[in-house]
Design a protein around this ligand. Sequence first.
Ligand SMILES: N[C@@H](CCC(=O)N[C@@H](CS)C(=O)NCC(=O)O)C(=O)O
Length: 210
Amino acid sequence: MIKLHHLEYSRSTRIIWLLEELGVEYEMVRHQRHPETMRAQADLAAVHPLAKAPTVIIDDNLMMESGAIIEYILEQYGDGKLAPAVGSKDRAEYLEWLHFAEGTIANPVIVSMLAPRFGGLGEGYAPFVEGEVVKLLDYTEKHLDNREFIAGDSFTGADINMMYVLELAKAAGMLANRPASDDYAKRMMARPAYKKAIALGGPIVPGLAA
Ligand SMILES: N[C@@H](CCC(=O)N[C@@H](CS)C(=O)NCC(=O)O)C(=O)O
């Protein structure tokens, strides 16, 4: 059994989307952010000491890393769907993009997006972060040119993990001059299971219509 702790405006929408793509049964518990700090609150801290979303409990395993959760759900409940088989030609590319999402690109994009709320990054740090964001988004843009999916030739968990970051980037205007990434994001967001995830969990970015 899968219990998903969903925090509003957060990465846990990825897991709703994944479970809706698979058509697997799950229970969802909803959590709100603190209205001023936007942090998760005591109700989520009671489930996981880091109070991070997604938090899931899958067959007694408590997990909170999106990439690991996606891999584990697909292993246990995927029935061969949404991931190239171990040993297949697309496996390495799939794992690379599944983990590039949180391991490399998420942090600089999010730091750069949140900076204005905290008075900016400062003269020294801003060019370092902004340069990184440009490099990583340009790299992704080049990769997506003439591709339908982020890895291999079908929709996978790597698309779900990458899309959270690209949706934030799109909302921040960072895809305006990156047409392959923008078209890709639009295609992904047109998927029925994505739309259902947003209908169930609310928008990823506050202020955007569900
Ligand atoms: N690397 C983790 C990051 C989890 C994370 O930072 N989640 C954010 C929501 S998008 C969170 O829970 N923030 C609330 C808080 O830190 O108080 C993942 O990929 O799932």
